[in-house]
Design a protein around this ligand. Sequence first.
Ligand SMILES: Cc1cc2nc3c(=O)[nH]c(=O)nc-3n(C[C@H](O)[C@H](O)[C@H](O)COP(=O)(O)OP(=O)(O)OC[C@H]3O[C@@H](n4cnc5c(N)ncnc54)[C@H](O)[C@@H]3O)c2cc1C
Length: 492
Amino acid sequence: MRIAIIGGGIAGLAAAYELEKARTAGNPLEYTLFEARARLGGSLSSVVVDGAVIEQGPDSFLTEKPAAAELCREVGLGAELLPSNDAARKTYILVRNRLVPLPDGLMFLVPTKLIPTALTRLFSIKTKLRMGMELLLPPRPSGLQDEAVASLVERHFGAEAVDRLADPLLSGIYGGDAAQLSARTVLPALVKMESEYGSLTRGMLAAHAKMRAKAKETAKKNGTAPTAARPAPRAIFTSLRGGMQQLIDALSARIAHASIRLSAPVAAIEKTADGWKVKSGGVVESFDAVIFASPAWAAGVLLAPVDAALGEELGGIPYSSSITVNLVYDESKLGRLPDGFGFLVPASEGRAMLAATFVHRKFLGRTPPGKAVIRAFLGGTKNEALLTESDETLVAIVRRELREILGEKIIGLAVEPEYTQVARWRRAMAQYAVGHQDRIARIAARVDTLPGLRLVGNAYDGIGIPDCIRLGRKAAKELAATVVQELTSSQS
Ligand SMILES: Cc1cc2nc3c(=O)[nH]c(=O)nc-3n(C[C@H](O)[C@H](O)[C@H](O)COP(=O)(O)OP(=O)(O)OC[C@H]3O[C@@H](n4cnc5c(N)ncnc54)[C@H](O)[C@@H]3O)c2cc1C
C-alpha cells in the first residue's frame, strides 16, 4: 500500500511515525510526506539563542492529555519532559491597565470559592452579586441548539465575566473570540452541568465532591489514608527541556529514510477508480490512500474537485492567525516583574497584545541565569491586520505596551532587549465555531464515501498538540490495519 501524507506539522509527523512503525514491523507499505515549507513541524518551532529556549509557536502541551508525553517517551525524550513551574503559577488579567490576579477557585471559568470571588478586584459588585444569584438557576433542558461560549457565560455570570474572563482565556488558547466559539465543543462539561444542575457553580462543586468521594473510596479499598490516595497534583503544562523542536527533530530522525519532500506543496489531487493521484512540483504520483494533515482550508481547496460539498465544509472552518514576539532581557536591567507566569489582555483594553508570558518563570532551566524572556502574543481574530506590520514595528508595539502595562520602573524606555524574535502564524489555529460538531459530522459522512481518505490536524477534534498527535496516529493505524487485513485475506 502507498500512502501520501499532505502536511508535515505535528499531526502529519505523528501519522508518518506510526506508518514507519508498521513498515518496520514488516507490513508492506510505503509512504511519502509532502510538506509545503522548507522545514517540518508546522506550528512547532523553537530555537536556542545563547542558552535561552525561544518558542516561536506552542511552548508546551496540556499534561492531562497523555498522547503528547507518550509520544515523547516513545521517541526517547522521556528524560527531556519538563513540567511547568506550577508553584509559581499565577495569571493576571489586565483591567483598566492594572494587573489583577485571577481569583483562587476558578475552574473552567466558573467561580467555586466564595471569599476569593467576593474579594477579587476582577469583577464589579454587580457581577459578584450575579455570580451569587447564579446558584439559583434552574437546570436548562438538554439537547438545545449549540450556542457561543459568550452567550453561555453571559447567561450565568454576566457580560463582564465574558469580557474579563472567557474572552481573554479563550483567546489565549484558540486565538479566538468567545462570541464565535462553540460552547458545546469548547466547554462540553459546562453544557452538561447546565442541563443537570442549572447553576455551573453548583455543578462544579458537585463534580469536585464526587472526585473527593471517589478518592476516599479508593483509599479505603487500598487500605491507605485518603490523603495518600490523592495523587500529587500534576503540573498543568508539560514541555521539553530543549524546546518543542526536540519532538520534531526526534520524529524526523525516525522517519528520515522514508520519502520526505520538503518545499513540496501539493497542488492538486484526484480520485481514481482504485486510489488517489497526488500532484506536487509538476509530478503526479499514485497512492492507495491519502492522509490530509494540512489545515482544513488547504484540504478544502484540494478536495473541492473531488467532492464539492466536502471542499465547502472544510473551507467553512474558520481560522485565526497569531504572532509571537520574544524579547530576551538582561534581568538585572529590569525591575521586579509581577510574580507568576504572565498576564492576559481583554479586548476591551484596546491593546495589540493578547497575552504575555514570563517564560523564565513558567519553565525553569530553559533560560540562563540572569536572563528574562518575555513572550507576547498578538493578532487573533480581532486583529489580523497586525500580520502585515514589520518585525521592527511589532517589537516596538510590544515594548511600548509592556512599558505602559508593567510601568516604567520595571521596563524603562531605555532598557533594550538583548535579542528579539518575531514569528507570524497565518491561518494556523482552527476556530471551533458554533455548530462545529454538526459540521464535523457532515464532513465525516462525506469522508466515509471516499475510501482511503483521512483528515487529521487541529481543525477537527481538539486544537492542542496532544489531540493532533492522537488523530495523526489513529489515522495511520487504521490504514496500516487495512494492509494487515488485505494481507490476511490474500493468504487465506
Ligand atoms: C502561536 C501558537 C501557539 C500555540 N500554543 C499551543 C500550546 O502552547 N499548546 C498546544 O497544545 N497547542 C498550541 N498551539 C496549537 C498547536 O500548535 C497546533 O494546533 C498544532 O501544532 C497544529 O498541528 P497540525 O499538524 O494540525 O497543523 P500545522 O502545524 O499547521 O501543520 C500543517 C502543515 O501543512 C502544511 N501544508 C499546508 N498546505 C499544504 C499543501 N498543499 N501541501 C503540503 N503541505 C501543506 C503546512 O505548511 C504545515 O506545515 C499553538 C499554535 C500557535 C500557532
